[in-house]
Write a protein that binds this ligand. Structure first.
Ligand code: SF4
Ligand code: SF4
Length: 636
């Protein structure tokens, strides 16, 4: 957590994450309301605001999903406060419907800022979405900082703009900025004292003539373009008046452009770093286009600037139009994350400079080194309740003569895709239940395999409820399994409505999963400890062979939370050992291969199983599944 950043004194220079800089920027902007749904790479923004929120009278919440977070923030802005919603790029997809509506309707007199963290290369995502074209499409203002200092400072500017023009301002960042540390200097934190007032004079709807609102919106965006962005100090040009190559960039591309030109010692290159991305400062861009014969676009994910600026150049005469390079010309890869080597490669090709990127030699060495490292599978932690639950699902399917398949979605239980290949789908949040709802109604067309929808606890509240209602409503034959590990574990153990804890650790109302299932209309609901293997297999088998829809809640807290608690209490988890005389060896391997716990290792010398006491989390599941009763618990 960024204690130095959030509690640091005015004037201090601190080393912090980009997300911490944004959280601090929100404090300095006088934010009073902040809502988010956790998602890497954005989670630290709300996590850090929650650290200081009680002391400063700021309201913070982990909302049930991103759309709700944005709508809750809109309510606060409508009531005159400064409100911020933050999320990862997938969250923006969920928000779009409301975002476009709020862009049309306006949001009252308060400031409304939406921070979206994009994830080039999908380090912790399933897609590489780019929020810039979506912001542009939604008719909201889009800004993108290119340094940590800017990331902090731009939040105040974003709120000022939002309040002055009554527009939503989207601040885009990418993983490299969000998750890297760099120095920045802290500003003053005000003590905002605005009172929330419900303003009856400003209705938040677009009726009866949405197109009129649309026209007004375009007028305001045009005003921002002319009055604010054409001469904005947030956009920066460095280089000669007539560069031999003009690099147009945004976000982290600015750093790559600078570093690449330094490494290549190339003279005459100009760099236009744009922060105001929608609406674009067209006059400023055209002025620079006219000054260059060659233009390279360096930007993360989509060729957003490239396509916008290429079409803008259509108004230039043929002789004044430069030659364009970027993702569309193949000089920069059209997918994945931009890096210094991409920049060096493109500049040296365009400028005819001979240079071998360090990465080529490095890649050869790295490949050699990789052969020396022990191989690690992508799998659940030792003692993870999800492994036990999947093992039981697998056994139930086997018992059902191999008939049955699993649809799932996003969360740490997504690793089921690597666990005996059991999870067959992994799309968006809640999509596993939605797909299952469809599969469960295909029996009339001959589909005779039971479908099992798995979902995490946080995902259950986020996006599964409508699909579960659909399952009941359409009488779809589905087994719905909720992996309740008592937290949003994958993104850093944020709380959710099922555990009765709020964003600042305060006690709040619990919304139990089983109560919601009952309310929806499920009549067969079991709550089971997944570490009870026999009971779990029985429950799943009963559900997949039944003629009605069953719901099973596998409830057991994440092994990492248990571990931390046990370490704090000074009572370590029990330790397990294999009695090698009892272990039946090669013909079995149930613990190490089938159950696949990383702590159950195979000893090639003895041809028997062995438990690695350092890795073992003491869940005791291997004791239950060992057919020879060769595993026993001992005191640590
Ligand atoms: S070795 Fe056994 S007790 Fe230890 S974590 Fe693995 S399954 Fe659980
Ligand atoms: S499950 Fe039991 S018998 Fe089988 S390999 Fe493991 S320890 Fe040996």
């Amino acid at each position: 957590m960024g204690y130095d950043v959030m509690f640091g004194k005015t004037g201090n220079t601190v080393l912090g994450l980009g997300n911490e800089a944004i959280a601090r920027g929100a404090l300095e902007a006088g934010v009073q309301f902040a809502a988010a749904y956790p998602g890497t790479p954005s989670s630290e923004i709300l996590g850090n605001l929650a650290l200081v929120s009680k002391g400063l009278g700021i309201y913070t919440e982990w909302s049930t999903n991103e759309k709700v977070a944005f709508e809750a923030a809109t309510a606060a802005a409508w009531s005159g406060l400064r409100a911020l919603a933050s999320m990862k790029q997938n969250g923006l997809f969920v928000v779009l419907d409301s975002l476009i509506n709020v862009a049309f309707s306006g949001h009252g007199k308060g400031g409304l800022v939406l921070v979206v963290a994009d994830d080039p290369l999908a380090h912790s995502s399933t897609t590489e979405g780019d929020s810039r074209p979506l912001g542009n499409y939604s008719d909201v203002v889009v800004l993108e900082p290119f340094t940590h200092q800017q990331a902090k400072d731009i939040i105040s500017y974003a709120f000022d703009l939002s309040e002055k023009y009554g527009l939503v301002v989207l601040v885009r960042e990418t993983t490299r900025l969000a998750q890297s540390r760099a120095p920045f200097t802290l500003g003053e934190v005000p003590h905002p004292s605005r009172k929330a007032v419900f303003d009856h004079s400003i209705p938040l709807h677009n009726l009866p003539r949405p197109h009129i609102r649309h026209a007004e919106l375009h007028t305001r965006l045009e005003e921002i373009r002319k009055k604010e962005f054409e001469k904005s100090p947030w956009n920066r040009y460095t280089g000669p008046r007539q560069p031999s190559l003009l690099i147009i960039t945004s976000g982290t591309g600015w750093k790559y452009a600078n570093e690449a030109t330094q490494i290549l010692s190339t003279k005459g290159v100009g760099i236009l770093a744009l922060t105001t991305l929608s609406p674009l400062p067209e006059k400023l861009i055209l002025k620079h286009l006219k000054s260059a014969k060659k233009v390279l676009f360096l930007e993360e994910i989509d060729p957003y600037l490239e396509t916008q600026i290429r079409s803008l150049s259509a108004g230039l005469s043929k002789t004044a139009t430069p030659k364009f390079y970027g993702k569309l010309s193949g000089h920069i890869p059209s997918y994945g994350e931009c890096n210094i080597d991409h920049a060096i490669d493109a500049i040296s090709r365009i400028q005819g400079i001979k240079y071998t990127p360090v990465s080529r030699a490095y890649a050869v060495k790295a490949k050699e080194a990789a052969t020396l490292a022990p191989r690690r599978a992508l799998t659940f932690c030792p003692g993870c309740p999800h492994r036990a639950a999947y093992y039981s699902i697998l056994q139930a399917i086997k018992k059902n003569k191999g008939k049955g398949f699993v649809t799932g979605d996003i969360g740490c239980y997504s690793l089921g895709a690597f666990y005996h290949d059991i999870m067959r789908s992994q799309l968006s949040m809640g999509a596993g239940a939605g797909l299952a709802s469809g599969f469960g109604n295909l029996d009339q067309f001959g589909l005779d395999e039971p479908v099992i929808a798995v979902m995490g606890d946080s995902t259950f509240y986020h996006a599964c409820l409508p699909a579960l209602v659909n399952i009941i409503y359409t009488q779809s034959k589905v087994t719905s399994i909720i992996f309740d590990n008592r937290s949003t574990a994958m993104t850093g153990f944020q709380p959710h409505p099922g555990i009765g804890i709020g964003a600042t650790g305060e006690k709040v109302t619990t919304v139990p999963i089983e109560n919601l299932l009952k309310g929806i209309g499920f009549t067969e609901i079991s709550v089971i400890d997944p570490f009870d293997i026999e009971k779990s297999i029985k429950a799943v088998y009963k559900a997949i062979t039944a003629t009605t829809s069953h719901a099973i809640v596998f409830r057991r807290e994440c092994a990492l939370i248990t571990n931390r608690r046990l370490i704090k209490s000074g009572e370590p988890a029990p330790r397990f050992i294999v009695d090698t005389d009892e272990c039946i060896g090669e013909t079995c391997k149930i613990c190490s291969v089938q159950f696949n716990c990383p702590a159950c290792v195979w000893d090639n010398e003895t041809s028997k199983a062995r438990i690695d006491g350092v890795l073992c989390n003491g869940c005791g599941v291997c004791v239950q599944i060992c057919p020879a009763k060769a595993i026993t618990g001992v005191k640590r």
